[in-house]
Design a protein around this ligand. Structure first.
Ligand code: Z5A
Length: 210
């Protein structure tokens, strides 16, 4: 088995249901006796969580797009170095709530930073590691706003509807460019239906017979 075969990521715009579906998938894996670790991005280590707080802090309103990008990548590099490699070496499943696709979608397509440069930088930060499979949960920006209504928005969520539309389109382009890795899912469906679909795909990918 490839060393990254048990490395999976979930992607999508804010409120697309990543965290919910990751939790449901983990429950199923644990039930059949599998070991699984989940890491959110940015975050997942003491240092990466410090970077997360800084990135989401609304008082850092004048953080430049380039500095923001480098901080996301710094957080990711720390997480890979401290946790990911070790877990994969042990043969455990590792699920990331966001990875490089988020940087390309939010900082590249969202902000307009050069995608070619972002890919080179991401490659450096991640030692060229890629998830084996990525579940991209696609919802409309309108649905994202409904699902998040009532929540306080952080520095990135404040960027508004137009920005989020560019990010969503970015994810769709990335999915088209990577059809073998990325499984695009219409995430407007109900929780259970989505969870069943993801589990059936998962079982197919890893040849799990239950
Ligand atoms: N970011 C970046 O710009 N560049 C990068 O490289 C990286 C990240 C790695 C991280 O914020 C922010 O950083 C994020 C991207 C940026 N920005 N924004 N804006 P975060 O980790 O705090 O937020 P998030 O990743 O966007 O998570 P989220 O908003 O919590 O969304 P989610 O995990 O995808 O959704 P959820 O929590 O599972 O569900 C949201 C709500 O919808 C909740 O009330 C659920 O009960 C409900 N839900 C879920 N599924 C359904 C269905 N199927 N139907 C109806 N309602 C549902």
């Amino acid at each position: 088995m490839n060393s990254n075969k048990k490395f999976i990521s979930f992607e999508g715009i804010d409120g697309s249901g990543k965290t919910t579906q990751i939790n449901l998938l983990c429950e199923k894996l644990i039930k059949i006796g599998e070991k699984v670790s989940v890491f959110r991005e940015p975050g997942g280590t003491i240092i990466s969580e410090k970077i997360r707080r800084f990135l989401l802090d609304k008082t850092n309103y004048n953080l430049s797009s380039e500095a923001e990008t480098l901080l996301f990548l710094a957080s990711r590099n720390q997480l890979i170095t401290e946790k990911l490699k070790n877990k994969l070496d042990k043969g455990e499943y590792v699920i990331f709530d966001r990875f490089n696709d988020s940087t390309i979608a939010y900082q590249g397509y969202g902000f307009g930073l050069d995608i070619k440069h972002l890919k080179i930088l991401s490659n450096f930060a991640t030692f060229g590691l890629e998830p084996y499979k990525t579940f991209f949960l696609d919802i409309s920006v309108e649905e994202s706003l409904v699902r998040r209504s009532g929540n306080k928005s952080d520095r990135i969520e404040q960027k508004g509807e137009k920005y989020l539309n560019k990010v969503r389109e970015g994810f769709k382009i990335i999915a088209k460019e990577n059809p073998r890795r990325i499984i695009e899912i219409d995430a407007l469906n109900g929780l259970d239906e989505l969870s069943k679909f993801i589990w059936s795909k998962f079982k197919e990918i890893y040849d799990i017979k239950v």
